[in-house]
Write a protein that binds this ligand. Structure first.
Ligand SMILES: NC(=O)c1ccc[n+]([C@@H]2O[C@H](COP(=O)([O-])OP(=O)(O)OC[C@H]3O[C@@H](n4cnc5c(N)ncnc54)[C@H](O)[C@@H]3O)[C@@H](O)[C@H]2O)c1
Length: 363
């Protein structure tokens, strides 16, 4: 018997299981979710909710979805029987209520980043999913990059030895969004730290094995975004009058392993060029994420190693397919709510330290 051929035949003949998904928040990033969801056999977008009627119109015209609601609670009530899973793509301030409503309605959830406005909300979301016995996947995608995987695998295998320090940077020289509500603290929870810093923080944290954060120190600075500016920049004309977030934040996290992580995030910084990168320092080796360079010792010499091929895949395809397979096929959840809660605690810690003017403990 040719077992390989039999195994292949079995895979080919497996019927595709259906998964019905509803979208809460049908704006910009929801279009990306929908476009990737549509590529997966068995998946159907069955409903959508958005407070903006124009966004609902687009759900109908662009995606053929007809069960459309301005209130996600009404959608979950009326269409609940049809819905297996929910994608939360609202602004940050709505993630908590939308995700909890979906969990309480017995649906699996993927929630866009950042998980919430703060750790308390994030914990409540994690608890609601757990209580419902449903999956919760946090919507970060850089953790799925090949360059993240190669470093995560090496660290897990001990190639770098004990991890001592991580430097993470998400820096824009002049990149205040001139769309959405990114400048409004009440709706976003903060500025570049929670919007783009969170991406590189989460990536770094997942690469080093999600250690427990125990304390934070940091500061935030607003010096330009809340003023009218005539300086030529890539996204001119942001709403400076409603700008209540930081332009720049820097912080340091201490983990229970003894390792330290510094994070720098900016919408505004007087720097040469934008940076989105992280660097790892271990006892036996180190690495730079962007470009996947590895530094170690070999046969009594220091060597720099650049893997010629680390794999290639579309991280958005990975993120959305991963969620579908977790919700539908029982695949192991690689991005569980607990990881999102820890990330949120680190952000809270840096913001709290900035307010307090000294280091703060993270529980
Ligand atoms: N993973 C990524 O790389 C990535 C990229 C962009 C945005 N995001 C995240 O996605 C989320 C949405 O960002 P966006 O750029 O799509 O914003 P957006 O403004 O384009 O879309 C948000 C949509 O949510 C709707 N909405 C607001 N309140 C609502 C409510 N109570 N109920 C239902 N709908 C509501 C808005 O009307 C809008 O259509 C944010 O949390 C953002 O951080 C993630």
């Amino acid at each position: 018997m040719d077992t390989e051929v039999d195994a292949l035949r079995e895979t080919e003949e497996k019927p595709v299981k259906p998964l019905n998904i509803a979208i809460i928040g049908c704006g910009g990033i929801a279009q990306t979710h929908i476009n990737y969801l549509k590529k997966i056999p068995g998946v159907t977008i069955v409903a959508g909710a958005d407070i903006n009627p124009a966004a609902l119109d687009r759900m109908k015209s662009a995606h053929g979805v007809t069960a459309l609601y301005e209130d996600f609670n009404v959608m979950l009530k009326k269409e609940g029987a049809k819905i297996d899973a929910v994608s939360v793509c609202t602004p940050n301030g709505v993630h908590h209520d939308a995700a909890i409503a979906a969990s309480q309605a017995g649906k699996h959830v993927i929630c866009e980043k950042p998980m919430a406005m703060n750790a308390k909300q994030a914990q409540e979301m994690a608890d609601a999913a757990k209580k419902a016995g449903k999956e919760f996947v946090i919507g970060f995608q850089h953790r799925y990059e090949p360059r993240s995987k190669v470093l995560r695998d090496m660290i897990a295998d001990g190639v770098f030895g004990k991890i001592l320090y991580v430097r993470a940077q998400a820096l824009r020289r002049r990149g205040i969004p001139n769309w959405g509500v990114f400048g409004q603290k009440a709706l976003q929870g903060g500025g570049p730290l929670i919007d783009i810093g969170v991406h590189i923080l989460e990536t770094a944290h997942s690469i080093i094995g999600t250690p427990k954060p125990v304390s934070a120190t940091g500061n935030t600075f607003t010096f330009l975004g809340n003023k009218e500016s005539s300086v030529v920049s890539q996204w001119a004309g942001w709403d400076w009058k409603t700008y209540t977030v930081e332009d720049f934040a820097a912080g340091m996290i201490r983990f229970d392993t003894g390792a330290l992580l510094t994070l720098e995030a900016s919408f505004v910084a007087h720097i040469d060029h934008d940076i989105f990168n992280l660097q790892i320092f271990g006892e036996k080796g180190g690495a730079i994420w962007d470009g996947t360079q590895i530094f170690t010792d070999f046969n009594d010499y220091m060597v720099n190693v650049t893997p010629p091929f680390i794999g290639k895949w579309d991280i958005w395809d990975y993120k959305i397919r991963h969620f579908v397979e977790v919700a539908r096929d029982g695949r192991k959840n690689e991005a569980p709510a607990e990881h999102g809660v820890m990330v949120q605690k680190m952000l809270d810690g840096i913001y709290a330290s900035a307010e307090a003017g000294h280091e703060v403990k993270i529980d």
